[in-house]
Design a protein around this ligand. Structure first.
Ligand SMILES: [Mg+2]
Length: 278
């Protein structure tokens, strides 16, 4: 597969891993941004079945209890949906690709996204009618955005489903933004706002010291603008097979992400804060 320029570096490369350990020990604060599906939990055939393993829940619980470590989970899912999977209070949540943020007990919705709610509802009805003969296609209404999941559709139907979906969206409102993700077509209002803007907003609300360590891990096309935002000031890690990405490093799978999270716990836990264990 073609590599990007500069070439991706595997995060498990020993010098990268060692440097990461040192920064974990020396940074005053850690800001950890984690995408949900495909990053801390493997992608499943049905989105509603993607629950965290008890091991991952335990890791997140340990992370959010660490002093000076702040955790944000980002997703294209609705806030209602992500809350079911992440039932902790002292964690930040970014839902709907950045349009909806839960932080420090407060919720924020992008004002322009809020007004798209009735429109998305209308479009959902149109798509349900247009795609009714494809029983395995799921149209998910996430309030401000829609997700058309065709992962379970028959392979021969996939091109027709994609074409029908895009055609119906464009004729309903050509200004709506269509993004193709992993066997999902996402529909968003035409607002220049994404996960990267949400990351900037969160970091602005809580100004961070110069030597804080910002880490972003994600596997989606929608994570790319966040990689861009943190490119020069943080550590950005793409999850999955090497493809075009703006992230500096990559890991192969969720298992490797969890190894990174365990390393953060190990090195940021009070008793081990002066030891460098590699
Ligand atoms: Mg993802």
């Amino acid at each position: 597969m073609k590599l990007n320029n500069p070439p991706h570096v595997p995060f498990k490369q020993i010098d990268i891993w060692n440097n990461f350990s040192k920064r974990l020990l020396s940074s005053s604060k850690v800001e950890l941004f984690l995408d949900y599906d495909g990053t801390i939990t493997p992608i499943h055939k049905t989105p509603s079945e993607i629950i965290l393993s008890s091991d991952t829940i335990h890791i997140l619980q340990q992370l959010i209890q660490l002093p000076n470590v702040r955790v944000t989970i980002l997703t294209g899912r609705s806030m209602k949906d992500i809350r079911k999977f992440i039932p902790f209070e002292n964690i930040r949540l970014v839902a709907n690709h950045g349009f909806h943020i839960y932080m420090d007990g407060n919720e924020w919705v992008h004002p322009d996204a809020e007004s798209s709610f009735p429109k998305m509802h209308q479009l959902q009805d149109i798509l349900l009618t247009a795609l009714k003969s494809f029983s395995n296609v799921f149209v998910e209404n996430k309030q401000f955005t829609l997700g058309i999941h065709y992962r379970n559709a028959a392979a021969k139907d996939t091109p027709i489903v994609k074409e029908l979906t895009k055609k119906n969206i464009s004729s309903f409102d050509p200004k709506l933004v269509i993004t193709e993700s992993k066997e999902v077509i996402e529909v968003q209002p035409p607002i220049k706002w994404g996960k990267g803007n949400a990351v900037s907003k969160i970091l602005k609300v809580h100004p961070y010291p110069h030597n804080s360590l910002k880490i972003y891990i994600g596997d989606d096309i929608t994570d790319e603008d966040a990689f861009q935002v943190l490119k020069s000031s943080g550590i950005t890690i793409y999850v999955g097979e090497i493809s075009e990405t703006k992230a500096q490093y990559y890991v192969e799978n969720v298992k490797e992400v969890l190894q990174i999270l365990r390393m953060i716990i190990k090195l940021r836990t009070h008793n081990s804060s002066h030891r460098l264990i590699l």
